[in-house]
Design a protein around this ligand. Sequence first.
Ligand SMILES: C[S@@+](CC[C@H](N)C(=O)[O-])C[C@H]1O[C@@H](n2cnc3c(N)ncnc32)[C@H](O)[C@@H]1O
Length: 262
Amino acid sequence: MELVAHEYADLGPLRTRRTIHATHSEPPDRVEEVVLAVIRTATGACGSVVDVGCGTGALLRRCAESGHVGRLIGLDTSAASTRATSGRRVVALQGDACALPLRSQSVDCLLARHMLYHVSDVNRALQEARRVLRPGATLVVVLNMHDTTPRLAQMLSSCVRRDGLPLPAQPGVDADTIQPLLAAVFPQVTKTTYRGHLVFHEPSPLAALAESLLVFYGVLRGTDQHRRVAALVHAAAEEWFEANEGPWKDIKGWTVFAATAT
Ligand SMILES: C[S@@+](CC[C@H](N)C(=O)[O-])C[C@H]1O[C@@H](n2cnc3c(N)ncnc32)[C@H](O)[C@@H]1O
Protein backbone atom coordinates (compact mmCIF):
# COMPACT_ATOMS: atom_id res chain seq x y z
CA MET A 1 0.00 0.00 0.00
CA GLU A 2 1.44 3.42 -0.85
CA LEU A 3 2.38 5.73 2.04
CA VAL A 4 -0.55 8.20 1.81
CA ALA A 5 -3.18 5.43 1.67
CA HIS A 6 -1.47 3.64 4.59
CA GLU A 7 -1.33 6.86 6.64
CA TYR A 8 -5.00 7.76 6.27
CA ALA A 9 -6.40 4.21 6.60
CA ASP A 10 -6.31 5.10 10.32
CA LEU A 11 -7.10 8.69 11.34
CA GLY A 12 -5.41 8.39 14.77
CA PRO A 13 -2.12 10.09 13.75
CA LEU A 14 -4.00 12.91 11.93
CA ARG A 15 -6.13 13.50 15.06
CA THR A 16 -2.93 13.63 17.16
CA ARG A 17 -1.38 16.25 14.85
CA ARG A 18 -4.55 18.36 14.81
CA THR A 19 -4.83 18.30 18.62
CA ILE A 20 -1.16 19.14 19.21
CA HIS A 21 -1.14 22.04 16.73
CA ALA A 22 -4.38 23.35 18.29
CA THR A 23 -3.01 23.20 21.84
CA HIS A 24 0.75 23.93 21.54
CA SER A 25 0.97 26.83 19.07
CA GLU A 26 1.99 30.36 20.09
CA PRO A 27 0.26 32.55 19.14
CA PRO A 28 -2.79 30.24 18.99
CA ASP A 29 -3.26 28.56 15.60
CA ARG A 30 -6.72 29.61 14.39
CA VAL A 31 -6.61 28.17 10.88
CA GLU A 32 -10.15 26.76 11.05
CA GLU A 33 -11.57 30.11 12.18
CA VAL A 34 -9.88 31.79 9.18
CA VAL A 35 -11.32 29.17 6.81
CA LEU A 36 -14.81 29.38 8.37
CA ALA A 37 -14.76 33.17 7.87
CA VAL A 38 -13.81 32.75 4.18
CA ILE A 39 -16.62 30.19 3.74
CA ARG A 40 -19.14 32.57 5.32
CA THR A 41 -18.06 35.43 3.03
CA ALA A 42 -18.11 33.18 -0.05
CA THR A 43 -21.46 31.51 0.59
CA GLY A 44 -23.41 33.74 2.99
CA ALA A 45 -23.94 30.47 4.95
CA CYS A 46 -26.27 29.28 2.16
CA GLY A 47 -24.15 27.97 -0.71
CA SER A 48 -22.63 24.52 -1.20
CA VAL A 49 -19.28 23.72 0.44
CA VAL A 50 -17.10 20.79 -0.65
CA ASP A 51 -14.13 19.90 1.56
CA VAL A 52 -11.65 17.93 -0.58
CA GLY A 53 -9.35 15.81 1.61
CA CYS A 54 -11.78 16.33 4.51
CA GLY A 55 -9.86 14.07 6.96
CA THR A 56 -11.75 13.80 10.25
CA GLY A 57 -14.68 15.90 8.97
CA ALA A 58 -14.30 18.27 11.95
CA LEU A 59 -14.38 21.47 9.88
CA LEU A 60 -17.64 20.57 8.12
CA ARG A 61 -19.23 19.72 11.49
CA ARG A 62 -18.14 23.13 12.81
CA CYS A 63 -19.60 24.72 9.69
CA ALA A 64 -22.97 23.01 10.33
CA GLU A 65 -22.86 23.98 14.04
CA SER A 66 -22.16 27.60 13.10
CA GLY A 67 -25.49 27.75 11.24
CA HIS A 68 -24.51 27.01 7.64
CA VAL A 69 -27.70 25.94 5.87
CA GLY A 70 -26.28 25.11 2.42
CA ARG A 71 -25.05 21.66 1.31
CA LEU A 72 -21.97 20.32 3.07
CA ILE A 73 -19.98 17.62 1.27
CA GLY A 74 -16.76 15.94 2.39
CA LEU A 75 -14.64 14.14 -0.17
CA ASP A 76 -11.58 12.00 0.53
CA THR A 77 -9.69 9.06 -0.93
CA SER A 78 -9.70 7.40 2.52
CA ALA A 79 -12.68 5.24 3.53
CA ALA A 80 -11.83 5.93 7.21
CA SER A 81 -12.24 9.62 6.45
CA THR A 82 -15.60 9.28 4.71
CA ARG A 83 -16.87 7.13 7.62
CA ALA A 84 -15.72 9.77 10.13
CA THR A 85 -17.18 12.66 8.09
CA SER A 86 -20.59 11.26 7.14
CA GLY A 87 -23.35 12.55 9.41
CA ARG A 88 -26.77 14.13 9.76
CA ARG A 89 -25.81 17.37 7.95
CA VAL A 90 -22.76 16.21 6.01
CA VAL A 91 -22.61 13.94 2.96
CA ALA A 92 -19.29 12.14 2.50
CA LEU A 93 -18.00 10.81 -0.83
CA GLN A 94 -14.95 8.71 -1.56
CA GLY A 95 -13.04 10.25 -4.47
CA ASP A 96 -9.91 11.92 -5.77
CA ALA A 97 -9.09 15.62 -6.00
CA CYS A 98 -7.93 15.03 -9.60
CA ALA A 99 -11.27 13.55 -10.75
CA LEU A 100 -14.00 15.13 -8.63
CA PRO A 101 -17.32 13.23 -8.79
CA LEU A 102 -19.20 16.55 -9.10
CA ARG A 103 -21.02 18.40 -11.89
CA SER A 104 -19.31 21.36 -13.61
CA GLN A 105 -20.13 24.79 -12.12
CA SER A 106 -22.10 23.26 -9.22
CA VAL A 107 -20.08 24.36 -6.15
CA ASP A 108 -19.93 27.70 -4.27
CA CYS A 109 -16.89 27.02 -2.09
CA LEU A 110 -14.30 24.25 -2.51
CA LEU A 111 -11.69 23.59 0.19
CA ALA A 112 -8.29 21.90 -0.17
CA ARG A 113 -6.78 22.18 3.32
CA HIS A 114 -3.41 20.59 3.99
CA MET A 115 -3.96 18.01 1.28
CA LEU A 116 -2.25 19.19 -1.92
CA TYR A 117 1.08 17.87 -0.50
CA HIS A 118 -0.30 14.41 -1.27
CA VAL A 119 -1.54 15.08 -4.82
CA SER A 120 0.90 14.04 -7.55
CA ASP A 121 -0.60 16.36 -10.21
CA VAL A 122 -1.43 19.61 -8.40
CA ASN A 123 -2.20 21.45 -11.64
CA ARG A 124 -4.79 18.80 -12.53
CA ALA A 125 -6.43 19.22 -9.08
CA LEU A 126 -6.59 23.01 -9.58
CA GLN A 127 -8.16 22.54 -13.04
CA GLU A 128 -10.74 20.20 -11.49
CA ALA A 129 -11.48 22.79 -8.80
CA ARG A 130 -12.06 25.43 -11.47
CA ARG A 131 -14.32 23.06 -13.44
CA VAL A 132 -16.69 22.39 -10.52
CA LEU A 133 -16.80 25.96 -9.14
CA ARG A 134 -19.47 28.39 -10.34
CA PRO A 135 -18.14 31.66 -11.82
CA GLY A 136 -17.42 33.96 -8.86
CA ALA A 137 -17.18 31.01 -6.43
CA THR A 138 -14.20 30.45 -4.11
CA LEU A 139 -11.41 27.90 -3.83
CA VAL A 140 -9.73 27.84 -0.40
CA VAL A 141 -6.25 26.29 -0.27
CA VAL A 142 -4.31 25.86 2.99
CA LEU A 143 -0.63 24.90 2.88
CA ASN A 144 2.26 24.99 5.33
CA MET A 145 5.15 27.33 4.65
CA HIS A 146 8.30 25.84 3.17
CA ASP A 147 10.45 24.26 5.90
CA THR A 148 7.82 24.44 8.65
CA THR A 149 8.92 22.90 12.03
CA PRO A 150 12.56 22.41 10.94
CA ARG A 151 13.77 21.17 14.37
CA LEU A 152 11.12 18.46 14.43
CA ALA A 153 12.04 17.45 10.85
CA GLN A 154 15.71 17.28 11.84
CA MET A 155 14.91 15.12 14.89
CA LEU A 156 12.81 12.73 12.78
CA SER A 157 15.41 12.49 10.00
CA SER A 158 18.14 11.71 12.50
CA CYS A 159 16.09 8.93 14.22
CA VAL A 160 15.15 7.37 10.86
CA ARG A 161 18.78 7.47 9.65
CA ARG A 162 19.98 5.91 12.92
CA ASP A 163 17.74 2.93 12.13
CA GLY A 164 19.44 2.67 8.72
CA LEU A 165 16.46 3.74 6.60
CA PRO A 166 16.91 6.02 3.56
CA LEU A 167 14.79 9.18 3.80
CA PRO A 168 11.96 9.37 1.24
CA ALA A 169 11.49 12.59 -0.77
CA GLN A 170 9.42 15.12 1.21
CA PRO A 171 6.24 16.65 -0.27
CA GLY A 172 6.91 19.06 -3.15
CA VAL A 173 4.19 21.71 -2.87
CA ASP A 174 4.09 24.34 -0.12
CA ALA A 175 2.73 27.83 0.50
CA ASP A 176 5.46 29.33 -1.72
CA THR A 177 5.54 26.89 -4.64
CA ILE A 178 1.73 26.80 -5.00
CA GLN A 179 1.53 30.50 -5.84
CA PRO A 180 2.46 30.44 -9.58
CA LEU A 181 0.34 27.28 -10.07
CA LEU A 182 -2.65 28.92 -8.41
CA ALA A 183 -2.19 32.24 -10.26
CA ALA A 184 -2.15 30.39 -13.61
CA VAL A 185 -5.68 29.02 -13.02
CA PHE A 186 -7.19 31.62 -10.66
CA PRO A 187 -6.08 35.20 -11.50
CA GLN A 188 -7.61 36.69 -8.33
CA VAL A 189 -6.18 35.34 -5.06
CA THR A 190 -6.04 36.78 -1.53
CA LYS A 191 -3.85 35.42 1.30
CA THR A 192 -3.95 35.18 5.09
CA THR A 193 -0.64 34.11 6.61
CA TYR A 194 0.23 32.78 10.09
CA ARG A 195 3.74 32.63 11.53
CA GLY A 196 4.32 31.30 15.05
CA HIS A 197 5.94 28.51 17.03
CA LEU A 198 5.12 25.07 18.29
CA VAL A 199 6.08 25.18 21.97
CA PHE A 200 6.58 22.17 24.25
CA HIS A 201 7.27 22.30 27.97
CA GLU A 202 7.62 18.52 28.35
CA PRO A 203 8.72 15.63 26.11
CA SER A 204 5.48 13.64 25.72
CA PRO A 205 3.55 15.87 23.24
CA LEU A 206 6.74 16.42 21.21
CA ALA A 207 7.31 12.65 21.03
CA ALA A 208 3.62 12.02 20.19
CA LEU A 209 3.73 14.55 17.35
CA ALA A 210 6.98 13.11 15.99
CA GLU A 211 5.62 9.55 16.16
CA SER A 212 2.44 10.65 14.32
CA LEU A 213 4.61 11.76 11.36
CA LEU A 214 6.71 8.61 10.95
CA VAL A 215 4.82 7.29 7.92
CA PHE A 216 5.97 10.36 5.95
CA TYR A 217 9.53 9.24 6.71
CA GLY A 218 8.84 5.83 5.18
CA VAL A 219 8.14 4.00 8.47
CA LEU A 220 4.91 1.98 8.22
CA ARG A 221 2.76 1.46 11.32
CA GLY A 222 2.54 -2.06 12.73
CA THR A 223 6.11 -2.96 11.69
CA ASP A 224 9.16 -3.76 13.86
CA GLN A 225 10.83 -0.78 12.26
CA HIS A 226 8.01 1.48 13.51
CA ARG A 227 8.44 0.16 17.05
CA ARG A 228 12.22 0.76 16.88
CA VAL A 229 12.06 4.27 15.37
CA ALA A 230 9.18 5.31 17.67
CA ALA A 231 11.36 4.26 20.65
CA LEU A 232 14.25 6.37 19.26
CA VAL A 233 11.91 9.37 18.84
CA HIS A 234 10.61 9.11 22.42
CA ALA A 235 14.21 8.77 23.73
CA ALA A 236 15.34 11.81 21.67
CA ALA A 237 12.53 13.95 23.13
CA GLU A 238 13.37 12.85 26.70
CA GLU A 239 17.10 13.46 26.12
CA TRP A 240 16.47 16.97 24.77
CA PHE A 241 14.53 17.97 27.92
CA GLU A 242 17.19 16.39 30.17
CA ALA A 243 19.97 18.37 28.42
CA ASN A 244 18.13 21.70 27.95
CA GLU A 245 16.18 24.13 30.09
CA GLY A 246 13.29 24.27 27.59
CA PRO A 247 10.81 25.04 26.28
CA TRP A 248 11.34 23.36 22.90
CA LYS A 249 10.36 25.96 20.26
CA ASP A 250 10.02 25.33 16.56
CA ILE A 251 9.00 27.81 13.83
CA LYS A 252 5.74 27.01 12.04
CA GLY A 253 3.53 28.77 9.53
CA TRP A 254 0.78 28.38 6.98
CA THR A 255 -1.11 30.41 4.39
CA VAL A 256 -4.82 30.35 3.59
CA PHE A 257 -5.38 31.26 -0.08
CA ALA A 258 -8.86 32.35 -1.22
CA ALA A 259 -9.07 32.20 -5.03
CA THR A 260 -12.02 33.41 -7.11
CA ALA A 261 -13.21 31.36 -10.10
CA THR A 262 -13.79 33.35 -13.28
C1 LIG B 1 -3.20 16.10 6.14
S1 LIG B 1 -4.81 15.41 5.94
C2 LIG B 1 -5.77 16.91 6.05
C3 LIG B 1 -7.17 16.66 6.51
C4 LIG B 1 -8.01 17.95 6.69
N1 LIG B 1 -8.14 18.68 5.44
C5 LIG B 1 -7.40 18.83 7.74
O1 LIG B 1 -6.84 19.90 7.41
O2 LIG B 1 -7.46 18.43 8.93
C6 LIG B 1 -4.90 15.04 4.20
C7 LIG B 1 -6.21 14.39 3.78
O3 LIG B 1 -6.26 14.39 2.34
C8 LIG B 1 -6.68 13.10 1.89
N2 LIG B 1 -6.16 12.92 0.52
C9 LIG B 1 -4.89 12.65 0.14
N3 LIG B 1 -4.79 12.62 -1.21
C10 LIG B 1 -6.03 12.89 -1.70
C11 LIG B 1 -6.57 13.02 -3.01
N4 LIG B 1 -5.80 12.84 -4.10
N5 LIG B 1 -7.88 13.33 -3.15
C12 LIG B 1 -8.67 13.50 -2.03
N6 LIG B 1 -8.21 13.36 -0.77
C13 LIG B 1 -6.92 13.09 -0.60
C14 LIG B 1 -6.12 12.13 2.91
O4 LIG B 1 -6.80 10.88 2.89
C15 LIG B 1 -6.34 12.93 4.21
O5 LIG B 1 -7.62 12.71 4.76
